[in-house]
Design a protein around this ligand. Sequence first.
Ligand code: CS2
Ligand code: MG
Length: 411
Amino acid sequence: MKSKHDLTITDIRVIVSSPGRNFVTLKIVTKCGLYGVGDATVNGREQAVAAYLKEHVTPCLIGRNAHEIEDIWQYLYKGVYWRKGPINMAAIAAVDVALWDIKGKAADLPVYELLGGKSRKAIATYAHATGSTIDDTLDKAEALFAQGFTAVRLQTAVPGLKASYGVLGDKKDYFEQQSSRPLPPEEPWSTRKYMNSIEDLFRQARSRFGTEVQLLHDVHSRLTPIEAARLGKMLEPYDLLFLEDAVAAENQDSYRIIRDHTTTPLAIGEIYNTIWDCKELIQNQWIDYIRTATTHAGGITALRRIADFAALFHVRIAPHGAPDLSPICYAAQAHLGIWAPNFGIQEFVGFGSDKSNEVFSYDLTLTEGMIHVGDSPGLGVDFNEEAAAQYPYNRSYLPVSRLEDGTLWSW
Ligand code: CS2
Ligand code: MG
């Protein structure tokens, strides 16, 4: 069918900006003037994906028809020869999301309508409560429940360790914490200290908040499979919605070991790039939630496939939603989440900072802990290039983690 819009791709811009923290944003412009935006942020490696997009992707796309999302996806995935990988897949994701945005605008429909329409009214989220002590964490959780959230991830500094991931210390928020790291800071880890202290957090949480609220926890891949199995058993009485990243799963069958020992639901996937990374986890039903992000696992086209595959095995999607995922990623995931029959929950740490809100606009609203998706055509997001120009790239890193004897450990 001949489109009433000329969607020949005429210009592609890659913008690295730092409105509070670094984001890599892609803008694809077509001949009729319609454009779309995509997120390609790989935290701590932003310039690599920007160079990849500028040098190796954009020249191949100029002159193509923006309607041909599937063919362009396959071209960038199979055509590269060296498939997969975080840089490649973030670049494909940004192109894919920008093309869905354009298709929605051309059809004058929100992207969720193109996916098959809404399966629910709004998207459930879970917020973060991270404190320096158990009381601090639980006070933060109480404030979130008072705002209407019904699910909260609890993290507390490990007693006896100088620093713990996610604990802000003197920093106002994640944005300030991340931008204060021109080189990777080093943080200590002790599995024994962690295992000796973690149960108390959940015991106190249940006795303070009762059984109605949903609680979650992220292990950040610090344990071995058998340690994770023990943790899952230990936390069973506290009825977690899920335990996240208990083990780094380069070996997907590590999760079989955990699964054999505990009924605590398991989630993983924020660092995965493709459906292949989670294929065995899903088809063996070793996990309950798959947490791949549109930005890091190939965009809406790829996440839709993961969601459909996961649905066959009772696995639900719970996409990553940390602050390094831009409002464009949130929008893409919101459109997916409102459609996917097997949507579970969306991680949510706010749509952005005051600075990032000058740069990104979005048609999403949060009420009572739920994200409502507006009916703007496309993804309903925009990126203000002039505002972004006020915030140049600022090199920053995630921390690295070491055991107390100095051995480098999983982050
Ligand atoms: C975390 C993230 O939100 C999460 O679940 O694991 O904070 C993660 O460490 C960062 O997004 C990495 O960039
Ligand atoms: Mg995580």
